[in-house]
Design a protein around this ligand. Structure first.
Ligand SMILES: NC(=O)c1ccc[n+]([C@@H]2O[C@H](COP(=O)([O-])OP(=O)(O)OC[C@H]3O[C@@H](n4cnc5c(N)ncnc54)[C@H](OP(=O)(O)O)[C@@H]3O)[C@@H](O)[C@H]2O)c1
Length: 169
């Protein structure tokens, strides 16, 4: 599987239950990469989505151990998995492993990164104060991860950011 994430200079990804900043160019990039694929998210990330609805044009899998929420999410066309075991059973049964994207948040990235072969990173050239969620710093693991592409910076909302791709060695 693969992961996709927006990080700041300190590999922070979120604050107070939400994203660090809204970047429409990044949302477009996210849509282009994940459209037609399976996206895997944690319950907290789902609850941070607009209207808490599935991302259109993608198979949406949410992880939660909460049985009551499971019923609500299933009514909204989410596939719900209550453990990593059931997630892998689901992905393998449907042949979705290769085409699956881990889309957050912190708890889910940390558990699934070891199964990812590629990570799409949007790096923002800024350190957001008060950030409380992080992604593992791939630059600190050069024996495991290599950068295979890095695009030119884009400036939006006063922030400079660029798209990068890391691959497991
Ligand atoms: N920058 C980015 O690209 C990006 C992307 C996504 C999210 N984010 C940010 O990340 C933050 C959310 O991250 P988070 O770590 O708080 O939450 P999260 O990873 O989105 O969700 C955590 C929840 O997932 C469920 N879960 C976790 N492991 C599980 C397992 N093994 N089996 C079953 N369920 C499991 C649990 O739900 P229950 O408690 O219901 O059991 C857990 O509370 C937000 O600030 C969000 O904006 C940033």
């Amino acid at each position: 599987m693969k992961a996709i994430v927006v990080v700041d200079q300190n590999w922070a990804i979120g604050k107070d239950g939400g994203l660090l900043v809204h970047l429409s160019g990044d949302l477009k990039h996210f849509k282009e990469i994940t459209l037609g694929k399976t996206v895997i998210m944690g319950r907290a990330t789902l609850q941070s989505l607009p209207k808490q609805q599935p991302l259109p044009g993608r198979k949406n899998i949410v992880l939660t151990e909460n049985a009551r929420l499971t019923e609500d999410f299933m009514k909204c066309d989410f596939t719900v998995c209550s453990s990593m075991g059931t997630l892998f059973t689901e992905l393998i049964a449907n042949g979705d492993m290769e085409d699956s994207f881990v889309i957050g948040g912190e708890k889910i990235y940390k558990q699934l990164l070891e199964y990812c072969t590629e990570v799409y990173i949007t790096k923002i050239d800024f350190a957001f104060p008060g950030a409380d969620k992080h992604f593992p710093n791939l630059d600190m693991q050069p024996d495991i991860w290599e950068v295979i592409s890095e695009e030119a910076p884009i400036t939006e909302n006063g922030h400079s950011y660029h798209f990068m791709e890391y691959r497991r060695k």
